[in-house]
Design a binder for this molecule. Sequence first.
Ligand code: GDG
Length: 488
Amino acid sequence: EIPDKADKSARPILIAANRTCVNIKPLGSGNYEYGSASGGLVTALNALKDSTKLLWYGNPGKNVPSADLEKVEEEIRAKGAVPVWIDAHLMDLYYNKFSNGVLWPILHYHTDAMNVDDRAWDAYQKVNRQFAQKIAEDVEDDDMVWIHDYHLMLVPQMLREEIGDKKKNIKIGFFLHTPFPSSYMFIRLPYAKTILEGLLNCDLIGFHTYDYVGHFLSSCSKILHMTTTPNGVQFVKDGVKKSVHVGAFPIGIDPEGLRKGMKSKEVIERIQEYRSSYYKNKKVIISVDRLDYIKGLPHKLHAFDMFLQQYPEEVGKVVLVQVAVPSREDVPEYNELKAQLNQLCGLINSKYASPGYTPVEFMYRSVDKNTLLSLYGMSDICLVTSIRDGMNLVSYEYIACHEQTHGQLVISEFAGAAHSLKGCITINPWDASNCIDGIKKALEMDPEQKEKNWKKMFKYVSKYTSAYWGQTFAEELARIGPGYSLPR
Ligand code: GDG
C-alpha cells in the first residue's frame, strides 16, 4: 500500500531529483523568497501529491551563506522539500560536465558530444554521495525512496551503503526520463559497469517504453553477464539472491489542467487575435523544444526549407513557429547549436520572406503558460523532429489543446511518444523527403480523418496521465516488497 496522505502519521515517499520542487531567491539581509519550481517532473509529481505525502530532496537553485543554512532548510522542509546544497564548482563538474556533457549525450546516442573527464566523474560521485547522505539522515524503516533521472544513477547504491543494516526494508525505485540506449552504445561509456551495478541496488527501475527496458536488460546481460527475464534481473551478491524489477511506466501530462487553460478568456482571445491578424489565411506549424541537439532542430529547418522549395505554391501560406527554450547555456555544444540555428533561419527567411511573410518565426526564449497554450491552440500542425527523445510531452500537450480544432501531430519515430500515440503521422527526421511528405499529408488531411486521428490520440493522452504514471510506479514499488535484501 502506498502511504495515505489523509493519515497524518503516514510517512512520505522520499523523492530525489537534481532540482527540488522549491526555488529560493535571496532578497538580501538574510531574507529569502520561496517559490515553486516548474517543469515536467514537478507537474507530474504534483498529481501524486494529491493522494500521498512527498518529501523532495534536491538542489534549490541557489546556495545560501552558511549562517543561513539551518533557517532556510527549515523553511524549505515546511514546504515538503529538503535542500541538497552543492558547491558551485562541484555543481559545474557534476551537472554541466558529467550529467549533461557525458551521460546526456550517450543516453541519446550522441557520442560526438560526449566529453569524458575523470574529474567530472569524481564530482558526479561526490554529489550522488551527498544526496545519499542527506536521504539517509531522514529515512526510516519501510520507507519508499523514488530517485529520478540520469543525474542520480549512483544514489541507490550509495544510499544502501549509507544506511548499512541500520534501517530495514527500505524500498528504492528509480525512473529514467531519457531513453536507455542499446548495449552496444552504452558500453562505450567508461563508467558503464559501475553505473549499471549502482542501479541494480534498486527494487524497481522504470523507463518510458519497452524498448528502453529491453536495452537496459540487454546491457545487464551483456556488460554484467547477468540473467534477465522480460521484467527483471536476478543475481547473487555476497551469497544473497537478489531480484530487481524493471518495467515500462510511460509518463503523461495533466490534460484536464490544459483543457481548463484553453477555456480561459485570455487564451481564447489570443487565439482569435493570432488567427485574424498575423496568421490570417495561413497554415501554421508549431514546434516547442528546449534548444537541445536531441530535438533535431537543424533537421527540421532543413526539411522545411526543402518543403518550400518543392512546393513553391505554399510559400507565403505556411509558417513554422519555433519556440526554442534556452537550455544548458554553460555546455559548449548548446551554444554552437544556437549559432547554427540562427544561421539556418536567416538563410531560409532570406530565401522565401516577403512583406508580411516570415517563413520561420524563431523565438529563442521561454514563453508563459497562456502564450504556450495560445500557440498550441492557434496552429494547424505540431511538428516534432527529435533524433532521440525519452517521451516528448509537448506532443501530448498539443493534442490535449485541440479538442475543437483537431490539429495534427507530425512526430519523429525516435520520440517515445510516437510509439504510444496511434493516429499521429510518424516521420524519420534524417529523411527530409519523408518529413516533407508528413507535413504535406497533415496539411491536406480532410476534416473527418483529422477528427478520427485526434480522437485516438486524445483517448491515450486522457488515460495515461501524469497522475496515472506517478500512482502506478508508486503502487508497483509498494507491491514488490519486502525491499532489496542486504548481505548478511
Ligand atoms: C525530458 C525528456 C521526457 C517547454 N517550453 C516552454 C514550456 N515547456 C514545457 C512543455 C513541456 C516541457 O516543458 C518539455 O517536456 P518534453 O518532454 O517535451 O521535453 P524535455 O524538456 O526534453 O524533457 C523528455 C520528459 O523529460 C519527461 O520525462 O518526455 O523526453 O527529454 O511540459 O510544455 N513551458 C512553458 N513555456 C515554455 O516556453 N510554460
